[in-house]
Unconditional design. Structure first.
Lengths: 277, 307
């Protein structure tokens, strides 16, 4: 662990990613306090599409709402959707991969074939199918983004389990008569921890993009919700008058995605067991 | 690849298509509400709903409905659209070519520039060019597709007026959407090419080829790239699905009359037969692309032909 920390601290882009992630997290936590004075939902058509001013740093959107406040208020929403989605995907995904990889039976191999077919299927399409069934809203969006990621986690876990399944220490545990449960939880799961952590970080990035994309398509939560993708969709008509309505939330998405991507890449580089000697 | 292997891959392809069709059919039946009522509209009298139910066989058991649905698929009969009351196929068919054109152009541009950039950055490892490509590809992965599309539209359509901002017609309409769509693909292809080339360039046969006096160009393109191509083709086949997913968004940004926009509109109108058709057709395209990339790999690498 100490070795890992030392190595990660020297990984410049990984640290930059961590800094970005912490920054966005801070904004998300502070959002309710920051947006107390200027309501991000207050509609005032008399001041719609205004350029930046001292009161509205980034101007106003098509409904006269503060763009800056909406982007800040969107941080906890967009982050929550992505993080909840990943947690929703991780738990079943990890178990499917773990069991299919460990038991190697016919059921496991058929299951993984199905998973492979789903991995090749674009996640945004899976998410659209789920939304067409479940309907629209924040919870539904989490569900859509999350369920659509289960195959990816199952796949990553399966590969990780396969790589340690026949190692000597696992065989030794089998030989001394350890129960499957013990072997799975004590010997296999900890060794598959690194790739799952890396995948989680990278997956938050893609989940955020997919959730924003769905909101942009009008398949996300209902209109006044300041989800980043939805803000951009609303600003599409202001492409000439007030481009900040589009630029600001897009930058927010890009920076968050970049942060989690860099963090994930950094974790992969520093957690890679091949380098850990 | 031997004919037997091709036949086996084709069989697997067919199985995938059937499984996806069954899964989509069942998924669409999980939707709360009565399909006949949805099709007839909320104000229709009960007799109309009943008539639709009988006409579409919705009064039959689910297994029979599924059997009929599958039997009709090969003929391109996807049922009737709830929205237009026309056969779904007549809605979908004119959308196929635009989506095909958009994805193939986006992919082609991304492959061309991605392989080129990856190759050059592997050769000039550590130079400003290498750094530039890596920054560009990180951006390509991090920028949301729809945002990139709107930014391009802002600069090249609204301000510079070089290209139309949306619509369909001449080649100029294709430029911004295909650049938007290709950006993510460019990122993964250039990364893959770079790492694949770096690995290959260390191999002995490269040194041999250089030693026997071949030009740098022939060593790189004839020996190194050909061997580095394998993982690139595999990645391209796998990423094709993501590209189609991106097309769904890109089409909506640029009002491109393709399958993706049809899918999104159909979801909004709860036109389930059309959603179902779009999903199945896109799935078939993805399965086909994996199949093609396997074939292409066998073509590039004689070792795989015998399987």
């Amino acid at each position: 662990m100490a070795v890992f920390l030392r190595r990660f601290r020297r990984h410049t882009s990984g640290m930059a990613g961590l800094a970005l992630v912490l920054l966005i997290g801070l904004v998300a936590v502070a959002a309710p306090i920051v947006t107390r004075d200027i309501d991000p939902l207050a509609v005032d058509l008399a001041i719609s599409a205004q350029p930046p001013s001292t009161r509205f740093w980034l101007g106003t959107d098509e409904m006269g709402r503060s763009v800056a406040m909406r982007v800040i208020a969107g941080a906890p929403i967009s982050l929550a959707i992505a993080v909840a989605g990943v947690l929703l995907a991780m738990i079943p995904g990890v178990w499917i991969g773990l069991l299919a990889g460990y038991y190697e039976g016919r059921i496991g191999s058929w299951l993984m074939r199905g998973i492979d077919a789903l991995v090749a299927f674009p996640r945004i399409l899976l998410a659209i199918v789920i939304i067409s069934i479940a309907g629209q809203g924040i919870i539904q969006l989490m569900l859509a983004v999350g369920l659509a990621s289960i195959p990816v986690f199952a796949r990553v876990m399966y590969v990780a389990v396969q790589s340690v399944r026949h190692r000597d220490y696992v065989q030794a545990a089998v030989a001394v008569g350890a129960r499957d449960r013990w072997i799975l939880l004590r010997h296999i799961l900890p060794n598959a921890f690194a790739p799952i952590l890396v995948q989680a970080s990278l997956n938050i990035a893609t989940s955020l993009q997919i959730a924003a994309g769905l909101s942009f398509l009008g398949l996300g939560p209902a209109p006044p919700t300041p989800e980043w993708g939805a803000i951009i969709d609303g600003g599409r008509t202001l492409i000439r008058q007030q481009p900040l309505v589009i630029i600001a939330p897009g930058l927010a998405i890009a920076l968050t995605v970049l942060g989690f991507n860099l963090l994930g890449d950094g974790l992969r580089d520093t957690l890679d067991p091949r380098l850990n000697r | 690849m031997t004919p037997l292997l091709v036949a086996r891959r084709l069989a697997a392809l067919l199985v995938t298509v059937v499984v996806v069709s069954v899964a989509t059919f069942l998924a669409m039946r999980m939707v709360p509400g009565d399909p006949a009522r949805l099709a007839a509209g909320p104000d229709a009298p009960a007799e109309t709903v009943e008539a639709i139910r009988r006409e579409w066989g919705l009064d039959q058991p689910l297994s029979i409905q599924l059997g009929r649905f599958l039997a009709r698929l090969p003929t391109g009969d996807f049922g009737t659209s709830y929205r237009t009351k026309a056969p779904v196929w007549s809605e979908v068919a004119p959308r196929l070519f635009p989506t095909f054109l958009l994805t193939v152009t986006g992919m082609g541009l991304a492959m061309l520039f991605g392989i080129g950039a990856g190759l050059l950055s592997a050769v000039r490892r550590g130079t400003w060019f290498d750094t530039g490509v890596s920054v560009l590809s990180t951006l390509g992965i991090s920028l949301p597709v729809f945002w990139l599309g709107i930014l391009l539209m802002m600069v090249f359509a609204a301000r510079l007026r070089w290209f139309p901002s949306s619509g369909w017609g001449e080649w100029r309409h294709l430029v911004l959407p295909s650049l938007t769509l290709g950006a993510g693909f460019f990122a993964s292809i250039s990364r893959m090419t770079r790492s694949s080339m770096l690995e290959v360039l260390r191999d002995d046969y490269i040194r041999t080829a250089t030693a026997k006096g071949l030009s740098r160009r022939r060593v790189l393109l004839g020996h190194a790239l050909r061997n580095a191509l394998l993982p690139i083709i595999t990645v391209a086949g796998l990423e094709f699905g993501r590209l189609l997913g991106g097309a769904v968004i890109t089409e909506s940004v640029f009002a491109w009359p393709g399958m993706g926009r049809l899918l999104v509109d159909s979801v909004k109108f709860r036109d389930y037969p059309t959603v179902q058709a779009c999903v199945i057709i896109l799935a078939v395209c993805i399965a086909l692309s994996t199949f093609l990339s396997d074939l292409l790999n066998a073509y590039v690498d004689p070792r795989l032909r015998r399987g």
